[in-house]
Design a protein around this ligand. Structure first.
Ligand SMILES: [Zn+2]
Ligand SMILES: [Zn+2]
Length: 268
């Protein structure tokens, strides 16, 4: 299955992902100023790449590896390069699907999903993707380890499969915890500050320094007392972990709330 063309296809998928990932992160950062046509083009482009890939490898039914029912396992012929290739390209396609889901969220109108809520949605999509991507290689790897040894060496195969399963268990546990946390935060309102006093509002000149407009639902940061609109501050904290005015530390780790997708290669 794997040939020079296989390596080229794998690289093309990774390059497409890298481009789509940075493009989407930039557009999400622009919020209301993002290019709608650019985002729609990105969605079509990703869809086209995935369909083209599975059409080229239709004979091997590689697409079945996307939903835990890989029918192509016997065609890997217990070859290690074939196993690695199939795991890597499936992972790359799943990363593209993750970017696609986030791009669809990004084209939703602000009336349907406010910008301040999107960070949590992007995090939940990423956590779901990372959990699913950690589960998918289990079948091909166990199949390979159990079937590629013959005779007395079968014991070695089963031992390696047990070691693999043990390592995988801890990885899956960590990914599940992240997924569970992201989902529980999805519908929870956790304010970044408290209601400002009259003096704090007057000191801020009744104007938010992020949107340069009058405050809407103002909140004052506990650590420094600076006041911002709640939605402005939430979207700011999806990217930064500091007060926009004085750089005091605020909020929690913004990882994956900016719409980016992990480059991590899920090899096993
Ligand atoms: Zn504002
Ligand atoms: Zn401050």
């Amino acid at each position: 299955m794997i040939m020079f063309s296989g390596i080229l296809v794998g690289l093309a998928l990774l390059l497409t992902f890298s481009h789509a990932n940075s493009r989407l992160k930039r557009e999400i950062g622009l919020q209301a100023r993002s290019s709608m046509s650019g985002l729609v083009f990105l969605i079509i482009h990703i869809l086209f790449c995935i369909l083209l890939f599975y059409l080229v490898f239709a004979d091997e039914s590689l697409y079945s590896g996307l939903w835990l029912a890989p029918t192509f396992l016997p065609t890997l012929q217990n070859s290690f390069p074939n196993l690695l290739w199939v795991v890597l390209v499936t992972d790359s396609v799943l990363k593209l699907i993750t970017v696609e889901c986030k791009a669809i969220v990004a084209v939703l109108p602000a009336t349907t999903l406010p910008y301040a809520k999107r960070g949590k949605v992007f995090l939940a999509i990423e956590a779901t993707s990372q959990l699913y991507r950690a589960i998918l290689p289990v079948q091909p790897w166990l199949y390979y380890l159990v079937n590629s040894y013959e005779g007395a060496y079968r014991v070695l195969g089963f031992t390696l499969a047990s070691v693999y399963f043990l390592c995988k268990f801890w990885e899956l546990l960590a990914r599940f915890k992240m997924w569970h946390l992201s989902c529980s935060q999805l519908f929870k309102h956790s304010p970044l500050g408290e209601a400002p006093t009259e003096q704090q509002l007057a000191a801020a000149g009744n104007m938010c320094t992020i949107c340069h407009d009058e405050f809407s639902d103002p909140v004052a940061l506990q650590v420094c007392g600076h006041v911002f609109c709640e939605s402005c501050l939430t979207t700011w904290c999806d990217r930064e972990q500091s007060c926009p005015l004085c750089r005091a530390k605020v909020g929690t780790d913004p990882a994956w709330r900016d719409g980016s997708t992990s480059f991590f290669l899920q090899l096993f």
